[in-house]
Write a protein that binds this ligand. Structure first.
Ligand code: FAD
Length: 392
């Protein structure tokens, strides 16, 4: 399965494919084929016009990409490594498309699968796996991002109902979703609620003029006395542990996804440097270019090994939280550096949408920010190493 480029260089520098099973390789090649046929030919246009292609959702569902790691309720029940490989291929297409799969599967569906009642799971999970219903996950607020415990959205009891008021910001897919997982403070601490987006008082407005993640949707949500029955509350989520357990699922996918964006940038410029002549020689023939390519290939191989180790730990039920932070911090940091370096090899052509690296780099500004910023993951790791929390 090792790919070889026209320039003769192996794209799998360390033979990592030999660590994958036949089933894992098969799944990866199915998702890669989907990205080649459905995303690559269209992504420049979607990105340019800031469109999330809703028509791709049923195709992703058909491929088993929605709620991939969830077992039962019509979900595919694939392994963590398989989910990671799919995230890597999708993000090689575009982070915005991988983000859709993360928000739907790792955030919204995970919240229901982990914390929901049987009725909630039966009502939503099969439709969400089939792409017939879209979910979103509302945790961040205009004044509470890295510190969600400071949220102002409040749910108060009113007879048998809950009445939710507040505001959320940056909520992926909210304007096209049928159901929103809304995290709100109550007299009993943070709780999660399943809010059908047609409920009176729920308003989602897409954030425009973004310079990153242009082929995806993020929204401001206003919640004005949104009334839901008691059965809308997720019974299993009490306190911030509820949303954090879902964030860890999404962070896990990012560890793989970021390396997909990096790999696509590297492949793009490896091919370009082999063909582009300056001073009568291909750019790939210059030592300065080779150093760039070598550094990229090394970091991609290391980051992919890191993702695989974390995936194997997850599948074995042994993954610890600080290890997710290690993967997310390292792979986002390295991926963004690789994409920016790749852009330099493209010269002026690199600032157009004809080539992927600058689009990937711009997307990765979001990826390094959501699901815990670089700084937050550094603080988590710092606390793990020293035993001293430095968040406050
Ligand atoms: C494209 C995109 C999609 C998103 N999707 C969702 C979604 O679907 N659902 C959702 O709920 N949220 C979503 N988010 C929100 C995202 O999780 C937040 O943006 C993120 O948590 C950071 O919060 P903030 O933007 O408020 O920045 P802030 O928390 O204000 O941070 C600003 C800066 O301060 C730093 N900082 C914060 N605290 C400390 C500290 N203690 N020490 C040192 N530095 C610190 C941060 O690292 C950062 O560099 C999304 C964001 C983006 C950009």
């Amino acid at each position: 399965m090792t790919t070889t480029t026209e320039t003769g260089g192996s794209l799998d520098l360390l033979g990592i494919d030999s660590l994958l099973s036949a089933e894992e390789l098969q799944l990866r090649s199915r998702v890669r084929g989907f990205v080649d046929s459905e995303i690559r030919p269209n992504i420049a246009g979607w990105y340019d016009t800031a469109v999330f292609p809703l028509e791709i959702v049923p195709k992703m569902a058909e491929l088993g990409l929605l709620g991939m790691h969830i077992k039962g309720y019509g979900c595919p029940g694939r392994s963590a490594v398989e989910y990671g490989l799919a995230a890597m291929e999708l993000e090689a297409g575009d982070s915005g498309l991988r983000t859709f799969v993360s928000v739907q599967g790792s955030l919204a569906m995970s919240a229901i699968a982990k914390h929901g009642s049987e009725e909630q799971k039966n009502e939503w999970l099969p439709r969400m796996a089939a792409g017939e219903a879209i979910g979103c996950f509302g945790l961040t607020e205009p004044t509470a991002g890295s510190d969600p415990g400071n949220m102002l959205t409040f749910a108060r009891r009113d007879g048998a109902d809950w009445v939710i008021s507040g505001a959320k910001r940056w909520i992926g897919l909210a304007s096209v979703a049928q159901v929103a997982v809304i995290w709100a403070m109550t007299d009993d601490g943070v709780r999660g609620f399943l809010v059908p987006t047609g409920t009176p008082g729920f308003k989602a407005t897409a954030i425009t003029q973004k310079l990153s993640m242009r082929a995806s949707i993020q929204c401001d949500i206003e919640l004005t006395d949104v009334r839901v029955p008691d059965t809308a509350m997720l019974p299993g989520a009490k306190g911030l542990r509820g949303p954090f357990e879902c964030l860890n699922e999404a962070r896990y996918g990012i560890i793989w996804g970021a390396m997909g964006a990096a790999r696509d940038s590297y492949e793009t410029v490896l091919a370009y440097a082999g063909e582009r002549l300056q001073f009568d020689k291909p750019l790939a023939g210059y030592q300065l270019t080779q150093e760039k390519l070598v550094n990229m290939a090394l970091e991609i191989a290391k980051g992919t090994l890191l993702a695989l180790q974390i995936g194997r730990l997850k599948d074995a039920g042994q993954l610890q939280k600080h290890q997710i932070s290690a993967g997310k911090l390292n792979n986002c940091r390295e991926a963004i550096a690789i994409c920016r370096e790749a852009r330099t090899i493209l010269g002026g052509n690199g600032i157009t949408l004809d080539y992927s690296p600058l689009r990937h780099a711009a997307n990765l500004e979001s990826v390094r920010t959501y699901e815990g910023t670089d700084e937050v993951h550094t603080l988590i790791l710092g606390q793990h190493l020293t035993g001293i929390q430095a968040f406050r």
